[in-house]
Design a protein around this ligand. Structure first.
Ligand SMILES: *[C@@H]1O[C@H](CO)[C@@H](O)[C@H](O)[C@H]1NC(C)=O
Ligand SMILES: *[C@@H]1O[C@H](CO)[C@@H](O)[C@H](O)[C@H]1NC(C)=O
Ligand SMILES: *[C@@H]1O[C@H](CO)[C@@H](O)[C@H](O)[C@H]1NC(C)=O
Ligand SMILES: *[C@@H]1O[C@H](CO)[C@@H](O)[C@H](O)[C@H]1NC(C)=O
Length: 326
């Protein structure tokens, strides 16, 4: 999770670079040369890892609204005007679960019905779900991209949606103001796996290596989402290149559960079939805050223990100040 300073890495990771170059050659045969350079050269390790993304996309290192962040409970700003995020919850979605080599992504078929019905809170437009990403690590200490007081959850699911009122498609929205909303759900280990996650988990067995995809039918969003109206929200970016700062993040204050077995399966993805990319996990380190505000509607008094977010964490919320600027 540490950032590697440019100076110390100089000349030190040649084998990593060879590995990356080898991976690119492999990709070339699958995706063609252009897509190799525009989308596939970055990774989560070595010379193409997060510390180096900025050499191709300066905003990844220069940007001041980058994601993910470490959430500090005692710095949250309680905003009573943040209302619940209402999803068109009966919607079942279909899509292609894809092993992209860098992560597992469910590319969702066009959802005609608006996913989020919100004209208040942080979300002022109608948003359409575009894809769902899984982020995870390979050991107990890592997993989620967002962390709470420096602690990671075993994994994180991110639902990316685009502003369908202002933009024609995801591609256009991702580089435009107020373009995207990313809803984030932490995964925690429990005795019984979330039923919707289990559908994803079952499909995972069909895509052990990069480039493979498998159809997922009838995934119930209402089951995937935790039963809570409590969330935190802040202005940030995509957590992968090109790191565009067009994302309003909504992070639920309650995890969903997966079994130990499902977590093990996730951590083993892409270790088979001769692919090495996901061995390094797919976690971008926490990014600097630069005085950004993180607002919440968690309705609690100081010193109330909120078990759902992380064990033994006590929230202390600052008194309401001003509404954060957008
Ligand atoms: C969405 O909002 C409209 C208008 O307020 C309302 O009629 C409709 O029932 C809402 N749908 C959902 C799924 O909440
Ligand atoms: C899913 O895969 C099929 C077959 O490759 C393709 O036709 C379709 O466009 C894909 N859908 C999405 C949402 O990527
Ligand atoms: C997205 O919308 C823009 C603007 O309408 C259009 O130029 C572009 O071709 C679209 N891209 C895709 C991938 O559909
Ligand atoms: C909440 O909304 C009311 C009415 O618009 C406004 O007066 C108040 O300042 C807002 N509070 C915060 C914390 O933004």
């Amino acid at each position: 999770m540490q950032k590697i300073p440019y100076t110390t890495i100089n000349g030190g990771s040649v084998p990593m670079m060879i590995l990356s170059v080898f991976s690119m050659i492999t990709f070339t045969s699958v995706y063609g040369f252009d897509s190799v350079w525009t989308e596939w050269w970055w990774t989560y390790d070595g010379f193409s890892g997060p510390a180096w993304w900025g050499t191709k996309w300066p905003i990844c290192t220069m940007g001041r609204y980058q994601s993910p962040i470490d959430i500090l409970p005692d710095k949250l700003l309680f905003d009573p005007n943040l209302t619940g995020v209402v999803f068109s919850s009966e919607k079942k979605i279909n899509g292609n679960l894809t092993n992209t080599g860098n992560d597992i992504t469910l590319f969702v078929d066009d959802v005609i019905v608006p996913l989020i019905n919100a004209t208040s809170g942080p979300l002022q437009y109608v948003y359409h779900l575009h894809h769902i990403k899984l982020h995870f690590g390979h050991d107990e200490a890592s997993g989620s991209e967002h962390t709470v007081n420096g602690q990671a959850f075993p994994a994180e699911i991110q639902l990316y949606m685009f502003n369908a009122d202002l933009y024609a498609n995801y591609t256009q929205a991702m580089s435009s103001p107020n373009g995207l909303v990313a809803v984030s759900i932490f995964l925690e280990v429990g005795k019984i796996g979330n039923e919707a996650y289990t559908m994803i988990s079952n499909a995972l067995t069909h895509i052990p290596t990069k480039g493979q995809q498998h159809r997922v039918h009838g995934l119930p969003l209402s089951v995937l989402l935790p039963q809570t109206k409590e969330y935190i929200t802040y202005e940030g970016s995509l957590t992968q290149p090109q790191c565009q700062e067009t994302v309003t993040w909504v992070i639920f204050n309650k995890p969903i559960y997966i079994t130990e077995q499902q977590l093990t399966q996730l951590r083993n993805v892409n270790k088979e079939g001769g692919s090495h990319l996901l061995i390094f996990g797919n976690i971008r380190p926490s990014q600097p805050m630069y005085n950004r505000l993180v607002r919440t509607n968690i309705n609690f008094r100081p010193k109330t223990k909120v078990c759902s977010m992380v064990k033994e964490v006590f929230y202390e919320v600052n008194t309401v100040q001003t509404r954060s600027g957008r």
